[in-house]
Write a protein that binds this ligand. Sequence first.
Ligand SMILES: Nc1ncnc2c1ncn2[C@@H]1O[C@H](COP(=O)(O)OP(=O)(O)O)[C@@H](O)[C@H]1O
Ligand SMILES: [Mg+2]
Length: 372
Amino acid sequence: MARDTSLFSGRPSELIGRQVAGYRIEREIGRGGMAVVYRARDLRLERTVALKLLAPELARNDTFRSRFTHESRTAAAIDHPHIVPVFEAGETDGVLYIAMRYVAGSDLRHLLDREGPLPPGTALRIAAQVASALDAAHEHGLVHRDVKPGNILVARGTDSDHPEHVYLTDFGLTKKSLSLTGFTTVGQFVGTLDYVAPEQISGKPVDARCDVYGFACVVYECLAGHPPFRRDDDMALLWAHQYDEPPPLTEARPDLAAAVDTVFADALAKSPDRRQDSCLAFVAELRAAVAGGTGAGHVPTEVDLRVAGARAEPADAGEPRGRAAAQPSKGRATAEPSSKESAGRVTAEPSRESGRYEPKPPPRWAEPVFRR
Ligand SMILES: Nc1ncnc2c1ncn2[C@@H]1O[C@H](COP(=O)(O)OP(=O)(O)O)[C@@H](O)[C@H]1O
Ligand SMILES: [Mg+2]
């Protein structure tokens, strides 16, 4: 069907102004390996959306189609402040599409390209929001599988205490097994290999812990300015994920306490069993290692409190901890103050983290990274 391909791969100008599945395409926002994203107008509800058109070959892949349908439904059912709301997912003229909230701003890829390594406070603020989104998805039985800076959208926050609001996007849009379907017909990998977990590479079953790995790679990059493994070619990179030790983060960031290296060594462990049990548990350990008693420097958000709830040993601020000590974080869902009403009360509970969350004037590094 010639029309299929024109929808997806036609020059952007060919689609501008056209109607696709009830949306009028306004402009191209960006494109990845498998999709083109447009800003579009929902003609039924008269609102702006981001309309993602997936590559036509994906619609022809039955496994992908059924996962796309199932996982976009699940993602649409998750109502979470840090997950991009999905409005509709479907198929038109042989092309799968997904309509979602248009997030004005940037994505983390562009942000890192522009800013380089982020100050720890900024990195932790962003990380905590992404972690809460991932953990919420995991609680719904959804594994993201493609955590990467391009799938983390950074919008303007509400105020100077919350300079950016971060959204995770693109659930279920990866192919299940890299070994079987992750390569195009010409054998070229679609997407980035910088954040892929060892078990994804070897085609083993994946669970939430593959997202802990990918997420830790992203957070590492936020702090180091580069992902944990840098190799000249894809095969060497795959090998490194499977067999090489990641370089300690403190090599790139000697300003950070050595305790952060232990936290990353666990999160980036080859064996999923050794990793933290949740993304928030990882952020909690990282925050403790980074802060080391110096203070997080901003008024706690609801996510901060969830991170605090994920901590296995609240009294043990700043000390590196082995996996055995962190095991109780498995009970994160019950340990966290998940009540929605707590959101409005966070500033009234500054003593909750014995000083670490006490409101303080914003430090130098609390400069908002959001521009535009
Ligand atoms: N809901 C959205 N709102 C605004 N921009 C978006 C949205 N979803 C994706 N984008 C942007 O569209 C671009 C392409 O996205 P995508 O096709 O998923 O590629 P990738 O994730 O590989 O970067 C990205 O740069 C991203 O910032
Ligand atoms: Mg994406």
